[in-house]
Design a binder for this molecule. Sequence first.
Ligand SMILES: *[C@@H]1O[C@H](CO)[C@@H](O)[C@H](O)[C@H]1NC(C)=O
Ligand SMILES: *[C@@H]1O[C@H](CO)[C@@H](O)[C@H](O)[C@H]1NC(C)=O
Ligand SMILES: *[C@@H]1O[C@H](CO)[C@@H](O)[C@H](O)[C@H]1NC(C)=O
Ligand SMILES: *[C@@H]1O[C@H](CO)[C@@H](O)[C@H](O)[C@H]1NC(C)=O
Length: 197
Amino acid sequence: MRSKALVFLLFALAIVNVKCNQEGDALNAWKTKLVDPNNVLQSWDPTLVNPCTWFHVTCNSNNSITRVDLGDAGLSGPLVPQLGLLPNLQYLEVFSNKLSGSIPSQLANLTALISLDLYQNQLSGSIPPALGNLRSLRYLRLNSNQLSGVIPLQVIQLIYWGNLRIMNVSDNQLAGTVHHHNKTGFAVTKIIQDAKA
Ligand SMILES: *[C@@H]1O[C@H](CO)[C@@H](O)[C@H](O)[C@H]1NC(C)=O
Ligand SMILES: *[C@@H]1O[C@H](CO)[C@@H](O)[C@H](O)[C@H]1NC(C)=O
Ligand SMILES: *[C@@H]1O[C@H](CO)[C@@H](O)[C@H](O)[C@H]1NC(C)=O
Ligand SMILES: *[C@@H]1O[C@H](CO)[C@@H](O)[C@H](O)[C@H]1NC(C)=O
């Protein structure tokens, strides 16, 4: 009886550990793709049990990542699909770097996300329609990049069906205009987009 319980406990612990390592692995996969001239990612040691002691990373009481704070860090390189593997991430703050490439659609799996701040980088390509899944998102700041295409309807609908308060897509190469319909709930939401088509 007793040994069975112990085996179960060890098994449960193993599951917990694997989960933590997975999140660390996801961030480490990103690190390997980044150029980091200021060594801000020096503490990101993938051999640790979990990433919760890494600088610029915040975890909840379950050792699951809730914040990544790397604004104005001098980083260049891409955003990677593995960033979608952080189920409890609430704040992805990577503004004012030199990040390039497209926005991975896998970010649509970050269903706990409150703030997606990718502004002032060199991101290109279109805004993934799947970001319309992010019902908890309150701040979506994509301004000052090189994004093209139109804002997907699914993303605009976050204003009506989600919690979005600010969407700044200004200073990109987006086409089209967004009309300010005055519907209930819309007045508190700001869309900031360039007038030029
Ligand atoms: C930690 O995990 C437990 C069990 O899965 C859950 O009930 C609890 O809400 C979690 N706490 C946080 C801060 O996510
Ligand atoms: C989200 O995660 C699920 C399961 O982990 C996966 O099947 C799906 O492809 C992911 N979606 C995106 C957009 O990455
Ligand atoms: C929106 O983006 C533009 C361009 O980056 C910036 O100048 C402006 O301050 C931003 N506005 C808000 C409210 O974030
Ligand atoms: C929207 O309409 C309501 C009712 O007519 C009005 O009080 C409010 O000022 C309007 N809001 C905006 C942003 O135009």
